[in-house]
Write a protein that binds this ligand. Structure first.
Ligand code: UDP
Ligand code: MG
Length: 322
């Protein structure tokens, strides 16, 4: 029996893009004669995405739809997909065709050759503006430096074998960062190179604010380096204060006058800024702890479409066995 491949795609206000995506996937995976199911996760779209998904699920038994009760964000949508996928391997892909579905057969081959996680890395990034590219480059570099989890040229487009999926599902954290967690789990890895296409239809669904939150979540969930930096900066300030104090003392003893109202103001500003930033950094971690402690569900499913959820059936069976 050939293995079942689950393809998970988050969908947020993609409209006509849904049909295009499902058709492309059916083409590519059909040509490669792969046995697959497609799990489309509607992340609280406000357009007709859900009715299109429901329609696709109706005409194609391999398509299943999952509708979240509101917009929970891409990360939560991915998680919902992972938890409802039944395949022996799971492919996570964007639904805007920026991730070329044509790479999936190659990823599956790598998986069959023994890799547990197959990452698509970008050869280029046609679909991004200069600012966006610089921003993500900077973030990825910083993240890689701070956390030892390599994000340079990484994408969310990856294949995970069943053990890797189970490992991910065991991570209970509230604000997830798929690109980070799916690297953190380890497992035998392989990569395939892909060209990131221009977006087909519409603009990026990310807002600057959303991206900033993603960056902060990603960093705070993987490293406490910013906290240590606050400590280090505090130490630097202490050293500076001692040096300045000694110098002033020497000058006072040697009879020089000690003036400098401006210096006082400047120093106050500098220390004030530092204290506020330090507090902010601590606050970010505190907010995360708060989120985790509340332990609210990471997403809520409102509706499903398509064949009964085999992943769910399996969960029920497992519970019954216990
Ligand atoms: N997406 C989502 N929820 C959101 C934002 C985006 O499910 O809140 C989906 C979107 O439909 C697309 C994928 O995530 O399939 C990537 O989004 P986008 O193309 O806007 O991001 P970019 O390619 O600019 O990183
Ligand atoms: Mg995109």
């Amino acid at each position: 029996m050939s293995p079942l491949i689950s393809v998970i795609a988050p969908i947020f206000n993609e409209g006509a893009g849904v049909d295009r995506f499902v058709a492309r996937l059916a083409d590519v995976l059909g040509d490669a004669a792969l046995d697959y199911e497609l799990v489309l996760v509607d992340d609280g779209s406000s357009d007709d995405s859900w009715s299109r998904i429901a329609h696709c699920a109706l005409v194609d038994p391999r398509v299943r739809g999952l509708r979240l009760s509101r917009n929970f964000g891409k990360e939560a949508a991915l998680l919902a997909g992972l938890e409802h996928a039944a395949g022996d391997a799971v492919v996570v892909i964007d639904s805007d065709l920026q991730h070329p579905p044509s790479a999936i057969p190659a990823m599956v081959r790598r998986w069959q050759d023994g890799a547990h996680v197959v990452e698509a890395v970008k050869r280029n990034r046609a679909g991004q503006g200069l600012g966006n590219r610089l921003g993500s480059r900077l973030f990825n570099r910083a993240f890689t430096r701070l956390t030892q989890v390599d994000l340079v040229d990484a994408t969310d487009f990856r294949l995970l074998g069943r053990p890797a999926v189970e490992a991910l599902r065991r991570m209970p954290e509230h604000s997830t960062f798929f690109r980070g967690t799916s690297s953190w789990i380890g497992f035998t890895r392989a990569t395939v190179e892909v060209d990131i296409d221009h977006r087909e239809g519409g603009a990026s669904r990310w807002t600057l604010r959303g991206l900033f939150r993603l960056a902060v979540n990603g960093l705070t969930s993987f490293t406490s380096a910013p906290l240590h930096m606050v400590t280090l900066a505090g130490l630097a300030f202490a050293v500076f204060a001692v040096v300045l104090g000694v110098q002033t003392l020497v000058r006072w003893i040697s009879g020089g006058s000690v003036a400098g109202f401006t210096t006082v103001i400047l120093l106050l500003l500098v220390t004030g800024t530092f204290v506020l930033i330090g507090l902010g950094v601590i606050g970010e971690y505190l907010a995360r702890i708060h989120d985790e402690v509340r332990a609210r569900p990471r997403y809520l499913v409102q509706e499903r479409a398509g064949a009964p959820d085999s992943a769910e059936r399996r969960v029920v069976e497992q519970r019954a066995e216990r």
